[in-house]
Design a protein around this ligand. Structure first.
Ligand code: NAD
Length: 385
């Protein structure tokens, strides 16, 4: 039977895809979203988010109690996606990130716990992030499984970008990171995601309802914001390549990410919503594969037959991690979910969609980099290092 589902942040990239699938599966969908101009521009069209009026749309902020009370009234489940999402931006908009991600979540739980308008919620699913792991899991030949500390400015500025063993300083072998890894966020964004996840899972345990902290890796696909310069390197590189502007690669270009296609993310999220057993905990949602930033830039440039130069600058940003790959074993076991879309194919779908979108000029991106520089949150590899 169809459920009544509130999706906070449902007008965003993941939310829009999810809401469409929820409707197809026969659920009633309500969105609470403030339509942040950084993501949606200054004149968003409501019809883009309401699926021809089949979605109930509440424009409001997750920090507004009255809006939340309206949003949770008589829903069976909550999918909490609304958040500030830029790793670099979080390092200087600290109060804003805590306010939206932590206080917004606290208020949501307060309303669910205390207000009679919130009928018994059966399940809560939240968008956590790989950012809560920081550098993630590695193997040291001497010390076995280790979780490296934040890379020091001394190492980064001398071009030694790979994390080292926290016990002996030796080089490490990268491993997929499992959910049992310790929390070691290296950005304010990651820290707020950790708190969000812990608060929501604590609530679920106390209420004895299902709770899923979905640790999304780098999600990409058609519909992701091309306007937001603070997040999504595929969108950033595409904007630059389409205009033949130079693509600057940080560090040495060998840093890598686990890129997971939007359809896989939606599928994993739907499996939580439709889950018939009992589960409270975190689950990785990734592809289980690493792709380097250099590979991404080269593939995007080739697709657009662009004249963009690709320059490895040696610059580095506070809050960035070196690599990540999700260990998908627990998610496979709990949700019987195996990610299906290989990066090559998913990237092709994304880039074909980009071709049909308006050009975004490079000004926002340049401004976002200048902001980081002005705040002292970018460094450069020393010449000759
Ligand atoms: N996209 C990724 O690669 C990725 C990776 C890990 C985790 N996540 C998490 O998944 C969730 C969704 O990400 P996304 O990529 O769809 O982001 P998005 O920026 O496209 O969507 C976020 C939505 O939240 C809304 N929002 C922001 N602040 C709000 C507020 N105060 N009140 C109400 N609505 C607000 C925005 O208007 C937007 O529509 C986020 O929680 C994000 O942290 C995303």
């Amino acid at each position: 039977m169809g459920k009544s589902i509130l999706v906070t942040g449902g007008a965003g990239f993941i939310g829009q895809h999810l809401c469409r699938k929820l409707l197809i599966s026969g659920h009633d969908v309500r969105i609470l979203d403030s339509l942040q101009p950084q993501i949606h521009g200054s004149k968003p069209k409501l019809s883009d988010f309401t699926c021809e009026g089949r979605v109930e749309f509440i424009q409001g902020d997750v920090r507004d109690r009255a809006a939340l009370e309206r949003a949770v009234t008589e829903v069976d489940m909550v999918v909490h996606l609304a958040a500030e999402t830029g790793t670099g931006q979080s390092m200087y908009q600290i109060a804003q990130y805590f306010s939206v991600n932590v206080q917004g979540t606290a208020l949501l739980l307060d309303v669910l716990q205390n207000e009679s308008c919130a009928r018994d919620i059966q399940s809560i699913v939240m968008a956590s992030s790989r950012a809560i792991y920081g550098e993630g899991a590695y193997r040291c030949a001497m010390h076995g499984l280790v979780y490296p500390e934040q890379r020091t400015v001394e190492r980064l500025s001398s071009g030694r970008f790979e994390p080292v063993c926290p016990a002996c300083g030796d080089p490490l072998e990268l491993l997929p990171t499992p959910e049992s890894a310790p929390f070691k966020p290296m950005s304010i964004y990651g820290l707020t995601k950790q708190v969000q996840e812990q608060a929501i899972l604590m609530y679920a345990r106390n209420r004895r309802i299902n709770g899923f902290g979905l640790r999304y890796q780098n999600v990409y696909g058609p519909g992701q914001s091309l306007k937001n310069p603070y997040t999504g390197i595929l969108a950033v590189f595409s904007n630059l390549a389409r205009q033949n502007l130079p693509i600057e690669i940080y560090e040495d270009g060998q840093e890598s990410r686990d890129f997971v296609y939007i359809d896989d993310v939606v599928e994993a999220t739907l499996r939580c919503i439709d889950f018939s057993g009992n589960y409270i905990g975190a689950l990785n949602v990734g592809s289980g594969k690493a792709t380097t930033v250099m590979q991404v830039a080269e593939k995007i440039r080739a697709f657009f037959r662009s004249d963009s130069s690709i320059a490895v600058s040696g610059a580095y940003r506070a809050g960035d991690i070196r690599h990540n790959i999700a260990d998908m074993s627990l998610t496979n076991e709990v949700l019987e979910f195996v990610p299906g879309e290989p990066f090559e194919k998913g990237l092709h779908h994304f880039l074909r969609w980009v071709c049909a979108q308006n050009h975004e000029d490079g000004a926002n991106y340049i401004r976002s980099v200048e902001e980081l520089q002005a705040k002292g949150l970018m460094g450069n590899q020393q010449v000759g290092a």
